[in-house]
Design a binder for this molecule. Structure first.
Ligand code: HEC
Ligand code: HEC
Length: 206
C-alpha cells in the first residue's frame, strides 16, 4: 500500500511539530447538540503510540475534563488498539461505546475551524497527527462482531487487506456523518447513484 508509506513519510517530515492541540470537534456533540472540546496529545515509543484525549462537554473553560486513551500496539501485525477511560491514572468504566465511532483505532482529527483559531503551527501539528493516523493502515481491536456494510465504493479501501478496517453496522452513524459532510468516500472517489439510495436506506433504516 504505497499511500500508507506516503503518510509515514509526511509524518516524519512533520516530526518537529509535536505537542498537543485543543479544538472544537466537528463530529462530536453533547446530547443537547452543544459543542465538545478536545485536547489531544501523542506519546510515541518504538513499540506503542499512546493517544490521550481530554474532553469537555461543558465548554472550553470547564474545570474537569474526561480523560480517554487509545493505545496502538505496533508490535502486532496488523496493529492492535486498546481503549481506556481514565480518572487520573486509574482505569474506569467507559462513558460511551468507543467502538461505535472507532472502527480502526485513532480517528482522523476534524476540528471545527469556524469556531476556533488555529495558528500555522497548530495546523502543522494537526497535519502531523493526521498523517500518523492515516499511516497505520488496518488496525484490529476487541470490537464486538457486527455485520459489515457491503458497499463497493467503501470496501475498496475499507477491508481487512486494504488501508482501513471494514465499516460495520455498528459504525453507521459515523459513516452517515462522514458521507453527509463529504468526507467519505474521499475525493476524487464517488458513490454510484444506486449506492446513494442504498446508503440512505441503510442508515435511516436502523
Ligand atoms: C460519538 C463518536 C465517538 C465515541 C463514542 C468515541 N469517540 Fe473517540 N473520537 C471521536 C472522534 C470523531 C475523534 C477525532 C477527534 C475529533 O475530530 O473530534 C476521536 C478521538 C479520540 C482520541 C484522540 C485520538 C484520535 O482518535 O484522533 C482518543 C484517545 C479517543 N477518541 C478515545 C476514545 C475512547 C477511549 C472512547 C470510548 C470511551 C471514545 N473515544 C469514544 C469520536 C468518538
Ligand atoms: C480511497 C479510500 C477510501 C474510500 C473509498 C472510503 N474510505 Fe472511509 N476512510 C478512509 C481513510 C483513509 C480513513 C481514515 C482517515 C479519515 O477519516 O479521513 C477513513 C475513515 C472512515 C471512517 C471512520 C473510521 C476510520 O476508519 O477511521 C468511516 C466510518 C468511513 N471511512 C466510512 C466510509 C464509507 C461509508 C465509505 C463509502 C461511502 C468510505 N469510507 C470510503 C479511506 C476510504
Amino acid at each position: 500500500m504505497i499511500i500508507i508509506h506516503v503518510y509515514k513519510f509526511l509524518a516524519l517530515l512533520l516530526s518537529f511539530f509535536d505537542g498537543s492541540i485543543v479544538f472544537e470537534s466537528l463530529e462530536s456533540k453533547t446530547e443537547k447538540q452543544k459543542p465538545v472540546f478536545n485536547k489531544i496529545y501523542l506519546e510515541q515509543t518504538y513499540k506503542r503510540d499512546t493517544w490521550t484525549m481530554f474532553q469537555s462537554h461543558s465548554g472550553i473553560k470547564a474545570q474537569k475534563w474526561d480523560k480517554i486513551q487509545i493505545i496502538v500496539d505496533k508490535t502486532k501485525s496488523p496493529y492492535f488498539a486498546t481503549y481506556k477511560q481514565l480518572e487520573g491514572n486509574e482505569e474506569v468504566a467507559f462513558k460511551a461505546d468507543c467502538f461505535r465511532c472507532h472502527s480502526n483505532g485513532p480517528r482522523l482529527i476534524r476540528p471545527n475551524f469556524e469556531k476556533i483559531h488555529f495558528s500555522f503551527k497548530d495546523k502543522l501539528k494537526l497535519a502531523r497527527m493526521n498523517s500518523i493516523i492515516k499511516s497505520y493502515g488496518v488496525i484490529k481491536s476487541a470490537m464486538p462482531k457486527s455485520p459489515i456494510i457491503k458497499l463497493k465504493s467503501c470496501n475498496r479501501c475499507h477491508n481487512n487487506s486494504g488501508i482501513r478496517a471494514p465499516i460495520t453496522e455498528k459504525n453507521s452513524q459515523t459513516a452517515l456523518f462522514l458521507i453527509k459532510n463529504q468526507q467519505m468516500p474521499p475525493w476524487p472517489h464517488k458513490l454510484s447513484k444506486k449506492e446513494e439510495v442504498l446508503i440512505k436506506e441503510f442508515v435511516y433504516g436502523f
